[in-house]
Design a protein around this ligand. Sequence first.
Ligand SMILES: Cc1cc2nc3c(=O)[nH]c(=O)nc-3n(C[C@H](O)[C@H](O)[C@H](O)COP(=O)(O)OP(=O)(O)OC[C@H]3O[C@@H](n4cnc5c(N)ncnc54)[C@H](O)[C@@H]3O)c2cc1C
Length: 384
Amino acid sequence: MDLLLTDARRAVRDLSRRLAAEVVGPAARRADEERRFDRGVIDALAREGILGGPIPREFGGGGWDDLSFALCCEELGAVDASVRGLLCVHAGLVSRCILDHGTPDQRSRWLPPLCRGEWIGAYALTEEGAGSDAAALSTTARRDGDGWVLDGEKIWITNGRVADLVLVYATVDPALGHRGVTAFALLPGTEGVERLPMPGVELGHRGADHARLVLRGARVPGDAVLGPVGGGFRVAMAALDHGRLGVAAGAVGLHRACLEAVVAFARSRRQFGKRIGDFQMVQERIADMAVELEAARLLVHRAALAGAGGARRTAEVAAAKLYATEAAMRAAGEAVLLLGSRGYSSESPVERHFRDAQGLRIYEGTSLVQRIILAREILGKEGS
Ligand SMILES: Cc1cc2nc3c(=O)[nH]c(=O)nc-3n(C[C@H](O)[C@H](O)[C@H](O)COP(=O)(O)OP(=O)(O)OC[C@H]3O[C@@H](n4cnc5c(N)ncnc54)[C@H](O)[C@@H]3O)c2cc1C
């Protein structure tokens, strides 16, 4: 894998690692405990070019390839899943989606402020009745003169209350099923949008903003449609290939952080007159965590490289997200156990990693849904 670490990728990794250590990491515990979205951290990432990293330079981005983006997500994911999550939504689900499906005019108007971090992006697909079955959404879009009027409710929208540009998926005709789904951009100043916090306290990702968006007669201009009318489901799914890669890479970072915490503790903690790392049962767990970490990282890097030249890599991304997030969950559970009582307290970051890891298995398609996607890709359609 070191062969893949070109100077450009190494520079992205080193910059991300430095920002993780100096900016994101030190703020993570407080953001989690106060359930507060820290805009100062995001502004610092924006100043260093992270928010526009995977967008071409002509739009103000960093021109990173997918492997560079994965390396960045691993570094940020090792210290804070909430900040890494913001980046994956903003850059993966929103900016990359605009780059892939936007008109030249949309790209030149929307991407530069997103890259500079003046705008934050959000991706609004999920509804009360449409989670894994996203095509079942019931938010409607009705033509009104040159524009469209949107009505409906979206839930669990990351960055939803702070976002300046929200990609909303709505149907132009519920009878058309997924063929009616269309992507719209809500831009600053759009009226008829109420942004509410999600009820309850999240298990993890508490330093992130999760919102319920209520659209009541929200009017958007005709040029706010992203991609073809009726082509929004494909837009949404293609965006998820970018976003899931970042989630999988973030899971590798979380896993790595858990392993590092366990190794440091196992070297120093003494019980029964020995380092606990000298007990074979502890060694077995450390070895398993290390092997699973390498396997997860290889799958993530394979998925990143599979997209070169714009190639479809849905199966590779689904495999990486499935394995990396499940492995991270196992690693976080082992870390809590192996740190003993310390792992059970917010004094140690592994307590937060354990809660955050659960979310990785759910959003952008649960682990069960990744298996469905993968099996569909392997089996193909009947008769194909
Ligand atoms: C922290 C967090 C952030 C999020 N951010 C966003 C966001 O920014 N934008 C957005 O649009 N959404 C977001 N979501 C929503 C997320 O994408 C959904 O929660 C997810 O897709 C699952 O949908 P659901 O919760 O409705 O579960 P459901 O679809 O109701 O599923 C419930 C259970 O049934 C299983 N299941 C469903 N269908 C099948 C099937 N066919 N076969 C086998 N099992 C099945 C699922 O795997 C799951 O275990 C976020 C969620 C969380 C927790």
